[in-house]
Ligand binder design. Structure first.
Ligand code: SF4
Ligand code: SF4
Length: 340
């Protein structure tokens, strides 16, 4: 583990940008977004939360799967240039680790896995707490594995843990920095302990481990109808979520009808047509059914696929994104818990 000054860290970032494709969190007005980094000075390691999670680089909102032509045959398209994700918060890293499991199972998703292999992840512990996070309740306020490098702000500088060979490959000057002493390592543990408390902006009364049981009993609970009455079916809660991964595949055929592409785009179980099938049948025609389904995905269906992990890391993005103010998982699970 290394200790570096803030200035030395920025010099390292500038050097990295000269050698690699680097994505980082940057300020846009009073919010933060992920994007290609042109210079270290634009990087904001002190961001609270980004509008969209870094999943946009691992599962892009729109992706070309293949090109085909009337003459016959097709060419598969896979884009997986190496890149660095610089400054991933622990809750987003926890989500990426869940997606790694989801996309490795059953019909393993070659495109996701190639991009994941192409990614080097530099995580950073949270410095500024966002208004709606509850990652501290979800066990995602800090992580101890899954990153290639982990940065933690300690006083005027950072502690940098080079955790993997991939991390060492981009470490450059960090590798020759001074070793972090016992006090710096203790200070990092203190940051983790503090963040476990600080990242609790909503009070969760139902432990995540209880969510599957609450859902098993709560299928007919009034909360689904009550909240769904206000829902616009806009999909913002799922599109901003780091653990939502549903997509649709479509064919775009050119005007000449001679050639076309198959693309996949993000989809959302909150959209009215998500469960519509041939013949016009819709298995979740009612808003309340769709609203309830989202919570069953988070607390039961995905956990059944990935060893019981709850598919919510408490980033709070859905709470912020929902104009109807009904997408807060804490409120819903607290209501289910009241009925115990
Ligand atoms: S459900 Fe909401 S709080 Fe949980 S991970 Fe998704 S966006 Fe974040
Ligand atoms: S963001 Fe809110 S209004 Fe939009 S689909 Fe989700 S719950 Fe409904």
């Amino acid at each position: 583990m290394k200790s570096v000054s803030a200035k030395a860290l920025l010099d390292w970032v500038d050097d990295l940008i000269r050698k690699r494709r680097v994505m980082g969190a940057q300020a846009r007005d009073d919010r933060f977004t992920w994007g290609p980094l042109a210079r270290a000075a634009d990087l904001r390691l002190d961001y609270d939360v980004t509008l969209l999670p870094p999943k946009v680089f691992l599962q892009p909102p729109r992706e070309k799967l293949l090109e085909f032509s009337r003459a016959g045959g097709y060419t598969s398209c896979v884009e997986a240039e190496p890149f660095v994700l610089l400054g991933v918060h622990p809750y987003d890293l926890a989500a990426i680790r869940q997606m790694d499991e989801v996309f490795s199972q059953d019909h393993a998703d070659a495109r996701y896995l190639k991009r994941r292999e192409a990614a080097t992840i530099v995580a950073v512990d949270v410095q500024a707490v966002s208004a709606n996070t509850f990652a501290g309740h979800m066990g995602a306020s800090h992580v101890e594995t899954g990153y290639d490098i982990l940065l933690t702000r300690i006083g005027d500088g950072y502690v940098a843990e080079l955790a993997t060979k991939k991390g060492e490959a981009i470490a450059g000057a960090l590798a020759s920095a001074a070793d972090a002493d016992a006090a710096a390592q203790e200070a990092r543990r203190e940051v983790w302990a503090q963040n476990a408390q600080r990242l609790k902006k909503h009070e969760l009364k139902a432990a995540p481990a209880d969510w599957p049981g609450l859902l098993r009993k709560g299928y007919e609970h009034s909360v689904w109808e009550e909240k769904a009455k206000l829902c616009f079916s806009c999909g913002s809660c799922t599109l901003t979520c780091p653990t939502c991964y549903c997509f649709d595949a479509r064919e775009d055929v050119g005007w000449s009808l001679a050639r076309g592409t198959r693309v996949r785009i993000w989809d959302s179980c909150m959209l009215a047509d998500f469960a519509k099938v041939a013949g016009g049948h819709n298995f979740r025609k009612n808003k309340a059914d769709r609203y309830r389904h989202r919570y069953y995905r988070k607390g039961q269906y995905i956990p059944e696929k990935i060893g019981g992990q709850i598919a919510c890391v408490g980033c709070g993005r859905c709470i912020t994104a929902c104009v109807a103010r009904i997408a807060n998982p804490v409120e819903v699970f607290n209501r289910l818990a009241e009925a115990r």
